[in-house]
Design a protein around this ligand. Structure first.
Ligand SMILES: NC(=O)c1ccc[n+]([C@@H]2O[C@H](COP(=O)([O-])OP(=O)(O)OC[C@H]3O[C@@H](n4cnc5c(N)ncnc54)[C@H](OP(=O)(O)O)[C@@H]3O)[C@@H](O)[C@H]2O)c1
Ligand SMILES: [Zn+2]
Length: 340
């Protein structure tokens, strides 16, 4: 029996463990991927800390996965061995809900989640449904492609489906994995781009990423500063802290939109009056499998040159890379280097 190296979480809140486990076999509709790179997303905390109900442990996290197809399941005819592919948060249709039963998996009501419903990319090999995979363009290397499959896709689709139009003021709150892609995409999409971050540490890099304006939220009130600039048509909240998100609502312009992609557990706090006078709205956002495709974010990155800024770690250092991400010290996405 062939074994592979993998990093797993054996129970909610447990430490990462580097283990040897059996290389998985692809079933009917699945392919096996020899993993080259896997990004470490803040969303992996869901598995590490057990924030989602019903996760089966032990579980291998990782939903920003790039590698090459190494084996095909018996019913797979549309993919070939050797092809470089990526798998993101959406792990494919559940094949059980009404839409799936009616042969419309693009509208699946409860899609599978990579690294949560099934083992993900903190491993030398993983299996994925054939519908979950995306071709990686030749222009992007595997390490830079990996974060585009979640951080990139989420922020790109949030912005391009938002109320903002070219020239509008758009603020990106929190400069981490998602935020640093948000700044680049906002700039490349033609918005006046404002970066909101705690302290001065990231100011220079924020300008390099394309921000027109930088606001240090520790020394200035971000809502007041945005108002001085005319108010934001869109604020994209990526900081996983409800208090920090609540503090920016007053920075919207008339008909402004707060788009929340961060997923903190505590309630946000605001009064109805903060929204109604300025007709503000709050919208949650996640990319939908059929509509907001990873290909679109990858292609936009190729066209625009918006690529992640990454720090690469070997698989054995997954725990310290995750810790660096959780303490906002990574610039700006940690990516595991797993195979050739
Ligand atoms: N909606 C979706 O589909 C989707 C997809 C992926 C991720 N997510 C969620 O999006 C959030 C961001 O993910 P990520 O991978 O970008 O995380 P990350 O790399 O850890 O970045 C988060 C950033 O938020 C800021 N921040 C962190 N803690 C904070 C606090 N206590 N108060 C204020 N600001 C704080 C920091 O930026 P500064 O240092 O610049 O302040 C940090 O760099 C997470 O909640 C994740 O679960 C959602
Ligand atoms: Zn993610």
């Amino acid at each position: 029996m062939s074994l592979m190296r993998a990093v797993q979480v054996s129970a909610p809140g447990a430490d990462f463990e580097l283990i040897k486990k059996t290389i998985p076999e692809p079933k009917e509709n699945e392919v096996r991927i020899k993993v080259q790179a896997c990004g470490i997303c803040h969303g992996d905390a869901v598995v590490k800390e057990g924030h989602f109900p019903g996760i089966k442990y032990p579980r291998v996290p990782g939903h920003e996965v790039v590698g090459t197809i190494d084996k095909l399941g018996p019913a797979v005819s549309s993919w070939e061995i050797g092809r470089r592919v990526g798998v993101g948060w959406h792990g494919g249709p559940c094949l059980k809900c009404e839409a799936c039963r009616k042969g419309d998996p693009g509208n699946c009501a409860s899609f599978l989640t990579t690294g949560i419903s099934f083992d993900g990319g903190y491993a030398e090999y993983m299996v994925a449904q054939q519908q979950a995979m995306t071709i990686i363009p030749d222009e992007i290397n595997s390490f830079e492609a990996a974060p585009l499959l979640c951080a990139g896709r989420t922020t790109f689709t949030a912005l391009r489906n938002s109320a903002a139009r070219g020239g509008d003021l758009v603020a990106i709150q929190g400069i981490g994995g998602l935020g640093h892609m948000g700044i680049q995409f906002a700039r490349k999409l033609g918005f006046k781009t404002v970066a909101l971050s705690r302290g001065k540490d990231k100011e220079e890099l924020a300008y390099k990423l394309g921000a027109h304006v930088y606001i240090d939220t520790e020394s200035l009130n971000p809502a007041d500063e945005l108002k001085k600039l005319g108010g934001a048509r869109v604020i994209l909240a990526t900081a996983p802290n409800s208090k920090a998100i609540s503090q920016v609502i007053n920075g919207l312009c008339f008909d402004g939109q707060l788009i929340v992609v961060a997923a903190p557990g505590e309630p946000m706090q605001f009064t109805p009056g903060q929204l109604l006078g300025g007709r503000g709205s709050i919208r949650g956002w996640t990319a939908r499998p059929a509509k907001d495709k990873s290909e679109d974010a990858l292609n936009f990155s190729v066209i625009s040159g918006a690529l992640p800024m990454i720090e690469v770690f070997p698989l054995e250092q997954a725990a310290s890379a995750y810790e660096k991400m959780m303490t906002s010290k990574v610039r700006f996405r940690a990516v595991l280097k797993i195979g050739a």
